[in-house]
Design a protein around this ligand. Structure first.
Ligand SMILES: Nc1nc2c(ncn2[C@@H]2O[C@H](COP(=O)(O)OP(=O)(O)OP(=O)(O)O)[C@@H](O)[C@H]2O)c(=O)[nH]1
Ligand SMILES: [Mg+2]
Length: 430
């Protein structure tokens, strides 16, 4: 039974954290369990102890070594832990074996993140995305659904929109997965229409590691009033709001879901529509928590995720946020040295925000020009040219009349100059 406080609200589940560090693959994090601790706390767990083991490779049966599993059992029992959370991804068999050995619920980092997503999902779209990810995650694990651990009911790893579905059999789960995919597809089509309706505007997307301060910056720049929390994954939906640059031009700014190291793959897949926002942006503002000991590592992770979602060719610059909280000036200097275009700022105090706006303005004022490009459909390599134009510029309008493709684009002068040299291309500056 769960412990209850006198107020009848369930007491926080007690969690033990475990991490297997692979030898030769030294974890670059300053604190190997720092992020898992933050994730566990975000999920409402009370962290009672942590265990780290170094090994050549994971044990196929228990991830950690057999001896360590025994030690873990003792500690978990002594501390009355309700759940053991592994930083490493576990196979369904490893979870089964560990639960049998420790006689306590065992979850891995992916499951923990899924749980956080589940409790933070607010809109229908986010709920559907999370439920889908949860179902896809539990499908191969349905067999183990705590049948041998009758004292474990609900709680971490089982909450949220997917909860209802977790006890049903695979057939029903599969049907539910298909239904959810259909809903997502429908919503995606709608979202695409919405995003398309914004072409012609200048779209800027905030991206960055979770908890970097994206939503705070969004609120600072616009009057969107989005939720800000000292929690990981406070934002699971995209919100778009506009603001004006000092020169008077309007910018559409979108807040997006934060990234994290080893984002579970099914989450990347089901949050595709949300990440699509970044895809459609003309410019990305990569928000970094410059006061975080692992700021540099987090920049790398965000760059990796951007590559994974095919956004690595997007123009972007760094906002070194939370400068008010930076204690090691030298770290900030190092980041500025490495990223000379980065803008130091504090979304919290407002410091440097004018600089952020000016940086966006400078980007807009680069040598972008608007032109109409006409290209006969039957011209040599017309298809390839059309694709190249789409890549190098922003297509504001496109139509085909009487076999002639007409594209209204904004692109750099030099790219336009290159196109002007192609005989079949007809150009007119607007
Ligand atoms: N000291 C300081 N704290 C900040 C600053 N910007 C944001 N924060 C705090 O950092 C925490 C996370 O801020 P959010 O704006 O929710 O971060 P986010 O990047 O949107 O996070 P997710 O949506 O969870 O990915 C909150 O507690 C903010 O108050 C800043 O410039 N300085
Ligand atoms: Mg946010």
């Amino acid at each position: 039974m769960k412990r209850m406080k006198s107020t009848d609200t369930p007491a926080a589940e007690k969690a033990m954290l475990v991490k297997l560090l692979l030898k030769g693959n030294a974890d670059a994090c300053s604190r190997p369990l720092g992020e898992l601790t933050a994730l566990a706390r975000t999920a409402g767990l009370e962290v009672v102890d942590a265990l780290v083991q170094r090994r050549e490779r994971p044990d196929p049966a228990h991830c950690i070594g057999r001896g360590k599993a025994g030690e873990l059992t003792e500690i978990a029992r002594a501390l009355d832990a309700d759940v053991v959370v592994f930083d490493n991804d576990l196979t369904p068999a490893q979870v089964r074996n560990l639960e049998k050995t420790i006689n306590t619920k065992v979850i891995d980092r992916s499951e923990l993140i899924l749980d956080i997503f589940a409790t933070h999902a607010r809109t229908e779209q986010a709920r559907v995305q999370v439920e889908l990810a949860q179902l896809e995650y539990v499908m191969p694990r349905l067999r183990r659904m705590w049948t041998h651990l009758s004292r474990i009911e609900g709680g971490i790893g089982l909450r949220g929109p997917g909860e209802k579905q977790l006890e049903v059999d695979r057939r029903i789960a599969r049907k539910r997965i298909n239904d959810l995919k259909r809903v997502l597809k429908r919503n995606e089509a709608r979202r695409e229409r919405e995003v398309t309706s914004r072409t012609g505007e200048f779209n800027v997307s905030l991206v960055g590691y979770t908890n970097a301060g994206k939503s705070t910056l969004m609120n600072r720049l616009t009057s969107a009033g989005v939720l800000v929390e000292d929690k990981l994954f406070a934002t699971l939906d995209t919100r778009t709001s506009s603001f004006k640059l000092p020169g008077g031009r309007k910018v559409l700014l979108s807040d997006t879901i934060g990234f994290i190291r080893n984002l579970p793959h099914h989450l990347v897949a089901s949050f595709h529509a949300t990440l699509e926002e970044a895809h459609q942006a003309d410019l990305l503002l990569h928000v970094v928590d410059a006061s975080h000991a692992d700021a540099r590592l987090q920049v790398d992770v965000v760059e990796e995720v951007l590559a994974e979602i095919h956004c690595d060719d997007k123009p972007r610059f760094l906002i070194l946020n939370k400068v008010d909280a930076v204690t090691e000036r030298i770290e900030l200097q190092a980041l500025l040295h490495e990223f000379p275009d980065a803008v130091p700022a504090s979304a919290l105090t407002g410091d440097g925000i004018e600089e952020v706006k000016k940086a966006i303005e400078r980007y807009l004022d680069r040598d972008l020009v608007t032109a109409e490009i006409r290209l006969p459909q039957r011209a040599p390599a017309a298809g390839r040219l059309r694709a190249a134009i789409r890549r190098s510029g922003r297509v504001l309008e496109e139509s085909v009349t009487d076999g002639v493709i007409s594209m209204c684009v904004r692109m750099r002068k030099e790219d336009l100059g290159r196109l002007a040299k192609i005989p079949s291309v007809n150009l007119r500056r607007l």
